[in-house]
Every structure is written in structure tokens, then in C-alpha cells.
Design a protein around this ligand. Structure first.
Ligand SMILES: NC(=O)c1ccc[n+]([C@@H]2O[C@H](COP(=O)([O-])OP(=O)(O)OC[C@H]3O[C@@H](n4cnc5c(N)ncnc54)[C@H](OP(=O)(O)O)[C@@H]3O)[C@@H](O)[C@H]2O)c1
Length: 294
């Protein structure tokens, strides 16, 4: 079904729920995709009202990514910042506000120079009323453990919101064996500034890692902020429940990254469009994982 989106107005696709029935997304999932101008709504209310429940023994996993019209996940400088804008920042912050853990690959943490999540007082109040901690914690996945401990993520985090480093036995053994040679990070340095979670031998196993976040950090919602290498693994592991995708009104060209890198699957994964928000020519799309067989 094609459906027009009136500029500055509202539209609603009314489809056959049997066609679009997504995986347990909550009471608000009724088989319709809602289209709204962002200016008419508060993104904090919109994303905060979505139902996200743990799935079995793991947290709900949503990814938030931004792409150009031609599908680039980075601007010409190799970062994502140039794709964003004020409306995007509001949505980005509203999505962070629903997360217990913000998870990112080490590549993204290095490139984007991550710091601790900092939410506004109103967002903190909403979290308190939902029974969440006031801020989400950041978790970084890495095998090499080649992390700059001077990053704001480690330097500026409070004890209460210590970052989590998810790694492997092999990675930790290697760091221990290096014993801090030639400026290398030692396991002790790392343990001073982060909680270390070991989830796998050579590579992080996502089932183990997510269960650990559920049990040790009591996470109900994990927000995956990329990058493409890490995204692809969570999709291959069949644990991505939701994708919030911002389409930035820019043509970037080049042969930069897409939002998935290295995903090697037999068949494309189907997702169901749940909501569209519009502002400043940006599209904010919310997709849910389609139920098997839908
Ligand atoms: N458009 C957007 O919304 C967006 C969002 C995020 C990032 N980005 C861009 O994406 C780029 C970075 O993405 P990327 O794909 O290169 O890197 P990435 O996914 O951020 O990080 C990859 C790294 O994560 C660690 N890792 C991932 N899976 C692992 C596993 N199973 N076991 C152990 N370690 C694991 C490894 O770290 P080690 O190397 O330390 O072992 C790996 O090299 C940047 O240019 C960034 O600006 C764009």
C-alpha cells in the first residue's frame, strides 16, 4: 500500500494487521504505522511511551542509527556528526532516555570520542517514574581492549554510572600478558575505571553478553548505537528487536560505511514500520522486528 504524507500534516496508514504484526512490541502496536510532524509532539513522550519489555532472559535491544539519503552512515570526515541536526539531536536524546544501557562498538567509541550519557532533569524525572536509574550506563564491546582511558567516557564517569567493558577471555589474557609494556593499558588500569564483563573466548558471544547486562546491570532496555560491524553481529544473532533509523536529507556519495558491515546472511531480515516522524526534511523511522512467518 502506498500512502501520502502531507507536508506539515498528519497521515496514518491503515493496513491489514495480519500483514504487519510485529514481534511483541507492546500495547501500542496495532498494525498501523503512525506519521506525525515532530514539531507536533515531544519526542521524549513519544519514545518514552513505547513498550519495550525484556525478551526471555535478555533485555530488549533497539538500535539507533542515522544515514544520508544515499545510505551513508558517515559524513565525508568519517564520523556521523555531519549527518545530524537539531531535530536529530532531540530524537537521539529521547531514545537515550529510554535505555538502561547504551552499547557501542569500540570503533565507534574511539571515532566519536564517547563520553558519559547526560540526560536533562525532565528526562531523569521520567526515568525515575518508570523505575529506571537517572542516567543510562555506557557499555563498550572490544576484543583488543585498546581503549584510550583518557576518553571522557572513562575520565568523566561517576562511580554510579561506571562504564562497562564487554570483552573476551583472550583479550583479557593478552592485556594481562603485556603487563603494561610500552604504554599499553593494563587490566588493573581498566578495572579502575570500568566494570569488566567477560562474555566469550575469542569473540563476544551476544547471548552471554546480553544475559550478563540483564543480570548484573539489571538492564531491561539496551540501546545499540553502532557501529556497523557491531550492528551486523546483533542482527546475525537474531537479537535486534527494534531499529530507529534517521534519514538525513543529504547526499554524501563516496563508498563509506552503511549501517551494517560484514553481515552475511542467506536471506534479508524483514522489519515492520511502526512510526514515522518528520522534521526539517529529516525522517525518523521506527521499525520493529517482524514476527517469523509474517
Ligand atoms: N550513522 C550512525 O548512526 C553511526 C553510528 C555509530 C557509528 N558510526 C560510524 O561507524 C564507524 C565505526 O563503526 P565500525 O563498524 O568500524 O566499528 P564498531 O562496530 O563501532 O566497533 C567494532 C569494534 O567493536 C569490537 N567488537 C565488535 N564486535 C565484537 C565481538 N563480537 N567481540 C569482540 N569485540 C567486538 C571490536 O573492537 P576492538 O577492535 O577493540 O577489538 C571491533 O573492532 C565510525 O566511522 C562511526 O562514526 C555511525
Amino acid at each position: 500500500m502506498l500512502w501520502p504524507i502531507p507536508r506539515g500534516g498528519k497521515a496514518e496508514r491503515v493496513g491489514n494487521p495480519a500483514d504487519v504484526d510485529p514481534v511483541a512490541g507492546g500495547d501500542d502496536v496495532d498494525g498501523r504505522a503512525h506519521v506525525d510532524a515532530l514539531a507536533d509532539v515531544d519526542p521524549a513522550d513519544v519514545y518514552g511511551a513505547d513498550s519495550r519489555q525484556p525478551v526471555g532472559d535478555r533485555p530488549w535491544v533497539l538500535a539507533n542509527m542515522i544515514v544520508s539519503i544515499d545510505g551513508a552512515a558517515t559524513d565525508p570526515t568519517g564520523r556521523s556528526a555531519g549527518l545530524g541536526g537539531p531535530a536529530d539531536l532531540r530524537v537521539f536524546s529521547a531514545i537515550r532516555a529510554v535505555a538502561d544501557i547504551v552499547l557501542a562498538g569500540a570503533g565507534t567509541v574511539r571515532t566519536e570520542r564517547y563520553g558519559p550519557a547526560r540526560l536533562h532533569p525532565a528526562q531523569q524525572e521520567a526515568r525515575r517514574s518508570r523505575g529506571q536509574s537517572l542516567q543510562p550506563r555506557i557499555a563498550v564491546v572490544t576484543r583488543s581492549l585498546a581503549l584510550d582511558l583518557d576518553l571522557p567516557l572513562f575520565r568523566d564517569a561517576s562511580d554510579e554510572y561506571r562504564p562497562i567493558v564487554i570483552t573476551t577471555t583472550a583479550g583479557l589474557d593478552r592485556v594481562r600478558a603485556s603487563g603494561g609494556a610500552a604504554g599499553a593499558t593494563t587490566a588493573r588500569d581498566l578495572a579502575m575505571v570500568a566494570e569488566i564483563v567477560v562474555a566469550g573466548d575469542q569473540f563476544v558471544d551476544w547471548g552471554t553478553a546480553l544475559r550478563a547486562l540483564r543480570t548484573t546491570a539489571r538492564a531491561g532496555v539496551v540501546l545499540l548505537e553502532g557501529g556497523p560491524t557491531t550492528n551486523a553481529q546483533l542482527i546475525a544473532a537474531e537479537v535486534l528487536d527494534e531499529l530507529c533509523l534517521t534519514v538525513s536529507p543529504q547526499l554524501v556519495g563516496g563508498d563509506g560505511l552503511r549501517i551494517l558491515s560484514g553481515l552475511d546472511v542467506d536471506a534479508p531480515r524483514r522489519m515492520t514500520l511502526h512510526r514515522v516522524l518528520l522534521e526539517d526534511d529529516y525522517l525518523f523511522l521506527r521499525y520493529l522486528r517482524a514476527r517469523e512467518g509474517a
